[in-house]
Design a protein around this ligand. Structure first.
Ligand SMILES: NC(=O)c1ccc[n+]([C@@H]2O[C@H](COP(=O)([O-])OP(=O)(O)OC[C@H]3O[C@@H](n4cnc5c(N)ncnc54)[C@H](O)[C@@H]3O)[C@@H](O)[C@H]2O)c1
Length: 313
């Protein structure tokens, strides 16, 4: 199989001009849309013709995103919403349906990395980090999935992170929440398949790439003071953050149009050329772009029944 090229800028198949009008009149929701990657995702979806509902802690802070989307020529509404607050989300999603119609595309982008060792976090801070990354995306998904099931159509994109696939110190809450989000993506897709939806409702977990945003600023002063070597390592690592947020924005736009359904239920890294990955087909992607554990001697990960089968033999 060819190795996908890595990109810092939007490339060929994901360019806005190749996706114009493909979501015309559809309703898309983007969380954490006031700044950073979420803002760019909202604009990328607007360029496909979708009307965009923006959710962030503070509606006012989203005014810039709303104006950009409107300039593109679509309708846009901004709602002040903490995505970890179920009752507020319920109100907001009901209002979105009144303002723009049923939600056909949801991008769960709101997220946060505390970038602290767990020993320096109180439990509440640790758990708030897990919750924003996992509970927030779950609440929004739960609110749109019944409608998507009824219409047998819809797309959910969870903005995860490489951090959910690797073991790194100083990102415990973040990695835990993102790993859960990647697993949630796969389980949701599997259940949709059991219920006969196939990939008419398609769900993805994305790593946006290493993008310089407010979230990726250097570690807090108290952490740097206690762990200077780690802070220095992070500073040099940060210099390698070169991917433009539009790579993630345009990948979301591409996937929302249904052009990458072979990745449904999977984790994908936006830096990689998606056309090469899609061309690999279902068979080529078997066992790839998934969270997994492997065992010595190739023992199967079959839910713990290998022993029973061995004894029977
Ligand atoms: N920047 C990167 O390199 C990178 C890498 C991997 C994953 N990500 C993921 O990409 C997503 C966007 O990250 P970013 O770098 O643009 O971060 P950012 O901090 O610039 O933006 C996050 C946005 O989410 C909003 N938000 C925070 N808490 C919220 C809440 N409770 N309810 C609603 N909105 C809330 C913030 O106000 C902000 O507008 C996150 O999920 C992040 O984990 C980013």
């Amino acid at each position: 199989m060819p190795r996908p090229s890595l990109n810092t800028d939007p490339y060929s198949v994901i360019l806005p001009e190749n996706l114009v009008g493909l979501n015309k009149g559809k309703t898309a929701v983007v969380t954490g849309a006031a700044r950073g990657i979420g803002k760019v995702i909202a604009e990328a979806l607007a360029k496909t013709g979708a009307n965009v509902a923006l959710l962030d802690l503070d509606a006012e802070r989203q005014a810039g995103t709303k104006t950009e989307c409107e300039k593109i020529g679509v309708k846009s509404f901004a709602y002040g919403c903490d995505v970890t607050n179920y009752s507020r989300c319920k109100e907001v999603f009901a209002q979105i349906e009144k303002d723009l119609g049923p939600v056909e595309i949801l991008v769960n982008n709101a997220g946060r990395n505390n970038r602290k060792p767990m020993a320096m976090e109180g439990f509440e801070e640790f758990w708030a980090g897990v919750e924003l990354n996992l509970k927030g995306a779950s609440i929004c998904s739960w609110l749109v999935l019944p409608g998507m099931r009824e219409r047998r159509d819809g797309c959910i994109i969870n903005i995860a992170s490489r951090a959910g696939t690797v073991n790194t110190p100083f990102a415990g809450a973040y990695s835990t929440g993102k790993a859960g989000l990647i697993r949630l993506t796969a389980c949701l897709q599997a259940e949709l398949a059991v219920d006969g939806f196939g990939d008419s409702i398609h769900v993805y977990a994305l790593h946006p790439g290493a993008v310089k945003t407010d979230m990726t600023l250097p570690v807090h002063a108290d952490v740097a003071e206690r762990y200077p070597a780690m802070a220095e390592k992070w500073r040099s690592f940060h210099k390698l953050f070169k991917v433009l947020p539009s790579v993630c924005g345009q990948t979301c736009a591409f996937l929302s149009t249904g052009k990458g359904k072979v990745l449904a239920g999977k984790y994908f890294d936006c830096e990689q050329d998606i056309s090469t990955v899609v061309a690999a087909g279902k068979e080529g992607l078997q066992g790839l772009y998934d969270l997994k554990v492997e065992f010595l001697g190739g023992l199967p990960n079959d839910g713990g029944t290998a022993l029973a089968i061995d004894v029977k033999k």
